[in-house]
Design a protein. Structure first.
Length: 285
């Protein structure tokens, strides 16, 4: 299966450049970490400090709308605002707001208890969603289970390989395992490998037919400069083998009518805490 290529950026100008460079861009991931690097947002933060909530959300919406004009057929994954005490009801309201910005946007929610509840309710209401900070196969099974009413392409599960690499785990193994688990299902959840900061991991994702692979503009430029390879060289494979320890595979049968999944995960909690900090750097408390 051919992977979709996503850009991880909050800069519509970069969207245009990468689209022209590659000939086509299938989607884009926008989250608070990349929003802080947007030139206009960065300028505002340096000159005036953090944004008021309403002011920022208007700016955020405008960025997503500009991206949608450049890739109208693409997928836009836009992260929903989350604070340390955001409830499921609040996330549902935030998700509905983001989900109505454009016709091709997926409201991205965290893999917290509130986020999972919100993702379930939003998909039941017909909204497209993505679930981020997923760091275990158990969580992947849960996301599949609570979104079974969704249509193919309406749900993405975001697996951040860079966060796993930093903890000494081979993030690719989690991607591989989740793909294997999902192969038994009805394909209503797509796997999005994000946080790709090196061209070797990007090529690996393409070679393994991951549903979507999201990388920075720098990595996509490197890939294009190498003539867009779809297979790793022996040297690149050796480099990746040193990235971390593979995660063991779990036997999870998503086709069973009833399953019991474990949501809590230390890496997920750390990821959500970091994401909240990113939001706090952008918005006035």
């Amino acid at each position: 299966m051919k992977s979709k290529i996503f850009l991880e950026s909050a800069d519509p100008a970069e969207t245009k450049v990468i689209t022209e460079l590659l000939g086509k861009l299938d989607g884009q991931v926008v989250h608070p970490g990349v929003l802080s690097t947007n030139a206009e947002i960065k300028g505002h933060l340096e000159q005036k400090g953090s944004f008021k909530y309403e002011q920022f959300m208007d700016f955020y919406k405008a960025i997503v709308e500009q991206i949608a004009q450049i890739i109208p057929e693409g997928v836009i994954v836009a992260t929903v605002y989350t604070s340390a005490d955001t409830s499921a009801d609040m996330l549902i309201d935030e998700g509905k707001e983001v989900g109505l910005w454009t016709s091709n946007v997926h409201a991205q929610l965290p893999a917290s208890l509130a986020g999972i509840e919100a993702a379930s309710m939003l998909t039941q209401a017909g909204f497209r969603v993505a679930v981020s900070q997923v760091c275990s196969q158990q969580q992947a099974g849960l996301v599949y289970d609570i979104t079974t009413q969704a249509l193919a392409g309406d749900v993405y599960i975001t697996l951040d390989v860079s966060s796993l690499y930093k903890k000494g785990c081979d993030g690719r193994s989690l991607v591989e395992h989740v793909q294997k688990i999902y192969n038994a299902g009805n394909a209503h959840v797509s796997v999005l490998m994000s946080g790709v900061t090196d061209v070797e991991t990007f090529i690996w994702g393409v070679a393994h037919g991951v549903d979507a692979v999201a990388a920075s503009g720098e990595v996509l430029r490197q890939w294009e400069a190498l003539h867009k390879p779809t297979e790793l060289t022996k040297e690149q494979s050796v480099t990746l083998s040193k990235k971390g320890v593979p995660i063991p595979y779990e036997q999870i049968d998503i086709t069973q009518e009833k399953n019991s999944y474990t949501l809590s995960n230390e890496l997920t909690e750390e990821g959500i805490t970091h994401m909240v900090e990113d939001w706090n750097n952008l918005l006035k408390k």
